[in-house]
Every structure is written in structure tokens, then in C-alpha cells.
Design a protein around this ligand. Structure first.
Ligand code: SF4
Length: 528
């Protein structure tokens, strides 16, 4: 499976796939640690953050487990005809061994390469309020370490970049400055073989290439185990919320056999946890509209039959509409993974807004077949179903959608006030132009009105208090770790509360123009 012989120094590989340390790491199987990659690298220097982001590779530099996107691209190249002797997913700290004169192309996966994501921006904003200077985020710094790695600069292979964050490089015109030959946007598996072959033969590459829809049975089965046991069970959503990238892609479910094959690979490598990746796991095996309970329950039964402990099996996302279309499926899934007594599981759920007007404008498909005017009741009923089945939900909201008014924000606040009665966290996401709204301009913190700040702080304060209860306490080390996190979060929440009370800190900064009345975001009412 994994190459074990040590190559001579500088022998290298023809194709090297890699990514920044903060993307590649398994975070000690505690994916929450990944969020610290948004912290500026001058606040957490490399001596410390390297400890947060461990890497597992063998002596020749091959990763023993890697980020799922890179595993898929590696598998696509192997299916295309390249051999394991030619292709490596490389430890980013061992590029001096894996990149050599023999290396024709380096493929780099990116999530937030320039620190432009919501998470990086919020962390910077908060730290600046504490009077701290903020340089680039750890995620951004570790990407830079790879792209400017001395071995890559010395041997000058072609550089291909792909992944969720590739838009940041395109939109900020940084491609030439970073020396990137080709950026792949969208699904990479369908184009990887051809584009890497061209690179290997020294042919010119297109500056930007669009990776199109890949049918479920053509998406390759991974050969390198996936970190944190992440396994993709569906892709795309197709409900076409205007701000969402998966929403543009048609919905597909992967076959049970392929999913089980990938889980077996992980188990063989000692990764005993399974995290089922999907934008709405309750739709597994369906036509993308209504849940197909038999397919999902059968999949779960087969996963359990492989010996996966119920405590080690989790989901990423459920949608509110699927919960409401089939509440019994939530009961059955909960029972199947043993959620009773003190046992709980965490799942992410998108609420996005409390405003029926914004729902109708940007995300009607998210609500169908229900009515947007019933959204508040639907959200709260779904929250009750999750809560009574021992799910701890992480609800997301979007602040600053183009054309958002004070009334819209107040309607969202109403939902938040009621959601807070459940053991949940609520994460406010500042609108970032993506999907069909990509060219619609960014929403800046300078445009936060008093109502938006109220909503923002209410969510963050609640989240800081509740989040530690989501952490598992099943060993002494975890109890100590969680105690430290709980204390830090508690002080963070108290600090937020003080900010809210002394509004001057937020609203009277000399650097910002504050508008206390309802504000339109840059796109205005006719933004879409
Ligand atoms: S329902 Fe969710 S995943 Fe689907 S398009 Fe809307 S926001 Fe995206």
C-alpha cells in the first residue's frame, strides 16, 4: 500500500501533490483544532502552531493519511494511468525529498490561501479590537511556505492549484505573482489526468480551467487514507441557493460499495472514525428531493458491520427541510448510532436567515416544499426534533446578504432567541460573494449596523458558552483539555458581553464609519 523504501535524496517523484500544513494535518483527529488556522501567524508562531497541526508521513515523505480532496486527485491520476512510483501525496515539510529535477508538476490543494475567508477575517477583527497587530493567517502562511518552498523554486516544475479556495487567487489577480501555471476551479477529478499529463510533457497549460460535473460512478475511490476518516457520501445539492457553490452542482450519491471500500482502507490504516461528508446526509441514496430512508439506514448498518463503533460514526450536515420531511428518519439514524442517555452527536445545519423575504430572494430551494413564510416554525420544529434525539446542532446564519434590511436582521434575531433555548451553537457568517453572487462584492465589517452587531455578538456569546459542552470527555487528557478550553471560552464570552455593554468600543472606532440606521450592503436592493 504505502511505499516503504527510502528514496535516495533528491530522487523525487514526477508528480507531487501537496498542500499547506494547516490543510493537510489530521489535527489529532479533533477537527475543531483546524479553526485555529485562522489565527494570524504572529500571534501563534510556527513553533507552537506546528504542534497544533501534526503530519503523519513515512520516511520518503508520503503522507500516511491526507486531506480528502488530495486523496481524490491522487486516485484520479492513478486511474488515468500514472503509477504510484510517479505520484506522491507529499508531506509539505519534506518537499526537499519529494521534489527533484525529475519532478514535472506540483499540484497544490487550497482552502483559504490568502486568508480571505470569513473565519480569518473575523479572527483578525476580534484580535485587532484587543489592540493586537495581525499578520497573515496560519492557513495563509502555511500555503505560502509550500508555494515558495526552496525545492519548488529551484527545480521549477509546473504548478497547478485547485480546491475550494482557488477563487481567492483568481479574484485577487495573484496567479502570476505566485508563479502558478494553472488553476482548476470546480470538480477536479474529471480533468486532472489530462492536465497533469500535459504538464508532465512540458506543454503549455490553460491559465484557468473549469472542472465540470463528474458522474458519481466516475469519481475515483481513494488509495491514500483520508484524515479524520472523512468519507464523501453525496456531492452537490442542486437546490441552487444563489450564494452557495454546492448549490450549483447537481446532487449525486456515491454507491454503497465505493463508500465501504474507502472506509475499509481507512480502517486498515488504523483510522477508526468515520465522518460522512455530505451537504445533506439525510438525502443519501435519494433523488435529491426527498429522503430515501432505506438507502441511508442500509448504508449505516453496513458501516457498523465493518466494526465501526457507534461512537466513532458521525455526520457533517443535515438540512432543515429533510429533517421536517422525514422526522422518523432522524429517530432511526439516532438509534442506529446509539444516541441516548449521555451519548450525543454533533451536526451542522444551515438556517441562514429568519427573513422570508431573503429566503424567497436567495434560497427558495432550501425551503421547498415548505413555504418561506413558515420558516421560523419549521426551523424551531427541526431544532426540537434534533434536540430530543440527542443531536447538538451547529446552526449557521448569514449576515449581510445583499439588500438585507433592519427588519430582516430583527427577524433573524427572533429565531436566534428561540434557538438559544436548545443546547446548540450558532455561528454567524458574514456574507462572502460565492456561487452566483460571486461577482456581487464583499460585505465589509465597516457596513455592520448596530442591529447586525447585536445579532453577531448574541450568537458568538452563546456559542462560546455552549461550545465546550460539545467536546467529548472520555479520557483524563480530554477532560484537562476541555477544562482549559472551557475557561478560555468563558472569559471570551465575558469579554464579548463587556463589548456589547460599552458600545463605544465597537461603534466609536476612529477608523470606521458607523451607520446606526439600517444599511444596505454594497449590492443594494437590486443586488441580484
Ligand atoms: S440547500 Fe444548502 S447546500 Fe443546498 S444550495 Fe442551499 S445552502 Fe447550498
Amino acid at each position: 500500500m504505502i511505499g516503504v523504501h527510502r528514496r535516495k535524496a533528491n530522487e523525487g517523484f514526477k508528480i507531487v501533490l501537496t498542500c499547506g500544513r494547516a490543510v493537510m494535518s489530521d489535527y489529532y483527529n479533533f477537527s475543531g483544532l483546524g479553526f485555529t488556522s485562522a489565527v494570524p501567524n504572529n500571534i501563534l508562531p510556527s513553533l507552537i502552531y506546528n504542534r497544533f497541526f501534526p503530519l503523519k508521513s513515512d520516511r520518503e515523505g508520503r503522507m500516511l493519511e491526507a486531506q480528502l480532496g488530495l486523496c481524490k486527485i491522487e486516485a484520479a491520476l492513478l486511474d488515468y494511468g500514472f503509477t504510484r512510483e510517479e505520484v506522491i501525496i507529499s508531506d509539505p515539510t519534506k518537499l526537499k525529498y519529494t521534489v527533484s529535477p525529475k519532478t514535472k508538476v506540483v499540484g497544490i490543494g487550497v482552502l483559504d490561501p490568502l486568508g480571505l475567508s470569513y473565519g480569518s477575517k473575523v479572527v483578525k477583527f476580534v484580535l485587532r479590537r484587543f489592540g493586537l497587530k495581525c499578520k497573515k493567517s496560519i492557513m495563509s502562511k502555511t500555503f505560502e511556505n509550500v508555494i515558495f518552498d526552496p525545492a519548488i523554486r529551484r527545480y521549477r516544475p509546473k504548478i497547478i492549484v485547485g480546491g475550494q479556495g482557488s477563487w481567492q487567487i483568481i479574484d485577487s489577480n495573484m496567479q502570476e505573482k505566485l508563479g502558478i501555471d494553472c488553476i482548476v476551479e470546480g470538480e477536479g477529478e474529471g480533468v486532472a489526468g489530462e492536465i497533469f499529463e500535459k504538464a508532465v510533457h512540458g506543454e503549455n497549460l490553460p491559465r484557468i480551467i473549469r472542472g465540470n460535473f463528474v458522474e458519481a460512478n466516475k469519481v475515483p475511490v481513494i488509495r491514500t487514507p483520508s484524515r479524520c476518516g472523512v468519507i464523501e457520501i453525496t456531492r452537490g445539492c442542486g437546490r441552487q441557493c444563489l450564494f452557495c457553490v454546492p448549490g450549483l452542482l447537481p446532487f449525486r450519491s456515491f454507491s454503497k460499495d465505493r463508500i465501504l471500500e474507502e472506509i475499509r482502507l481507512n480502517l486498515k490504516a488504523g483510522i477508526d472514525q468515520v465522518s460522512l461528508q455530505s451537504d445533506d446526509a439525510l438525502l443519501y441514496g435519494s433523488n435529491g428531493r426527498e429522503p430515501h430512508p432505506k438507502a441511508l439506514l442500509d448504508l449505516l448498518a453496513c458501516i457498523r458491520a465493518l466494526g465501526v463503533d457507534e461512537d466513532r460514526l458521525g455526520f457533517e450536515f443535515f438540512s432543515i427541510r429533510s429533517i421536517m420531511l422525514n422526522p422518523k428518519l432522524v429517530d432511526d439514524v439516532s438509534e442506529m448510532i446509539g444516541l441516548h442517555g449521555h451519548r450525543y452527536s454533533v451536526v451542522e445545519v444551515g438556517v441562514e436567515t429568519g427573513s422570508p423575504r431573503l429566503l424567497a430572494k436567495y434560497m427558495a430551494g432550501k425551503v421547498k416544499p415548505f413555504n418561506v413564510s413558515d420558516w421560523k416554525d419549521i426551523v424551531l420544529s427541526a431544532a426540537e426534533i434534533l434536540h430530543s434525539n440527542n443531536w447538538r446542532a451547529c446552526y449557521s446564519l448569514i449576515l449581510g446578504l445583499p439588500g438585507e434590511t433592519r427588519d430582516d436582521v430583527l427577524q433573524t434575531l427572533e429565531i436566534v432567541d428561540q434557538l438559544k433555548t436548545y443546547n446548540c451553537v450558532i455561528v454567524p457568517i458574514i456574507f462572502m460573494p460565492a456561487g452566483r453572487l460571486r461577482k456581487k462584492g464583499d460585505f465589509a465589517f465597516e457596513l455592520m449596523t448596530e442591529d447586525r452587531w447585536e445579532l453577531f455578538f448574541e450568537c458568538i456569546e452563546h456559542t462560546l458558552i455552549k461550545a465546550p459542552s460539545f467536546l467529548k470527555n472520555n479520557s483524563l487528557t480530554k477532560k484537562i483539555r476541555n477544562g482549559i478550553i472551557r475557561t478560555l471560552f468563558y472569559f471570551g464570552a465575558m469579554r464579548m458581553r463587556r463589548w456589547r455593554k460599552s458600545r463605544d468600543i465597537i461603534f466609536n472606532s476612529p477608523k470606521r464609519t458607523i451607520q446606526r440606521t439600517a444599511l444596505e450592503s454594497p449590492c443594494g436592493e437590486s443586488g441580484v
